[in-house]
Design a binder for this molecule. Sequence first.
Ligand SMILES: *[C@@H]1O[C@H](CO)[C@@H](O)[C@H](O)[C@H]1NC(C)=O
Ligand SMILES: *[C@@H]1O[C@H](CO)[C@@H](O)[C@H](O)[C@H]1NC(C)=O
Length: 403
Amino acid sequence: MAHLGLRRFPPPLMVLLFLATAAGKEEYGGGSGGLRFRREGGTFKVLQVADMHFGDGRSTPCEDVLPAQQRGCSDLNTTAFLYRVLRAEDPDLVVFTGDNIYGADSSDAAKSMDAAIAPAIAMKLPWAAVLGNHDQEGTLSRESVMRHLVGMKNSLSGLNPEGIKIDGYGNYNLEVGGVEGTLLANKSVLNLYFLDSGDYSTVWWIPGYGWIKASQQAWFRQTSSDLQKRYTTEEPTQKEPAPGLVYFHIPVPEFGSFTASSFTGVKQEGISSPSINSGFFTTMLESGDVKAAFIGHDHINDFCGKLSGIQLCYDGGFGYHAYGKAGWSWRARVVSVQLEKAESGEWRGVKSIKTWKRLDDQHLTTIDSEVLWNRGSNGKGLSPVHVHDAVSGIHNCINTEYE
Ligand SMILES: *[C@@H]1O[C@H](CO)[C@@H](O)[C@H](O)[C@H]1NC(C)=O
Ligand SMILES: *[C@@H]1O[C@H](CO)[C@@H](O)[C@H](O)[C@H]1NC(C)=O
């Protein structure tokens, strides 16, 4: 994957990197696709695209648009939105958080996926994807869809970690290096985790959606622990672990912990979690490095709420061939991570994490800008106000026909 993410390097450096890689010396963060923070501004920006529900393109109609908008509306509107928002935001990474295609309405899953992701590839952006519960409903199995995503151009997606047995397809992590030429250039100052939250329960006496299994949580725990150890014990040693962001599709039940006064954004439908709690929120909390988790699945929820120091964020639906709410714009979430400047003026580790959403309206309106995390603020203390009702958030699980 050394050919990826190099678009910001001038050609001579590309050659050097190529030679270094060829000589067996990995460029920074081997396997991570060479993602790093920008020197200009010290930022790294991720655009999240949830629930594109891509079908066959022009012949696949829009759902839940106003009657006057129905004519001439198709998957191609999803494509047009993706181009617009990519041009407006110029992200460093695009993350597709599942239900990228709507398998049941796709006559060729690989072709639909190619068309769905095409704008990111055409704009030469590195991207990563996870599976939802609809990606495998067409001509490809879950494993095959994920393999296809891994093999696509500019993809930083991974199938699964090597050498361990793990549930699902598409459990992997990416490292984001500090600014080139600075003290933290060879360290991962931001960690991104991607997990397969499954589709439907495979245990017949447990109804509803799938969940993140023990094997995946064990891998996550180990990976987070290894990354933290490297960051804090290898030279130049750092006092606190680098922040982590987690991406998957189906909400953990804790997304149901909030009331309208305790989140930013809207909740217009139930939280379609699995019917049981497999403990992944607790695993993220115990790891200590996770600052936020980003999901899709419930298209007309788009809020972020903070529970016990972790921000739980919906994206809101992106794709026109997906249920939504007529007149309520399709949208995408941006996460912008900002580095701290040392007294010398050199960029260091992460200082803050911000987010906002972009709407597919005439002006690509930005809404709900907020700071998700600041270094030094919000310790790991639990917020009991939120904890007590975490369990009541477990939502009726039989709502399987829509999300
Ligand atoms: C879908 O795209 C067509 C062609 O560009 C455009 O005319 C139409 O307004 C779009 N529909 C919506 C709902 O954005
Ligand atoms: C980072 O790695 C490169 C290549 O191995 C090396 O030249 C450079 O000195 C390293 N930078 C730091 C700050 O350790």
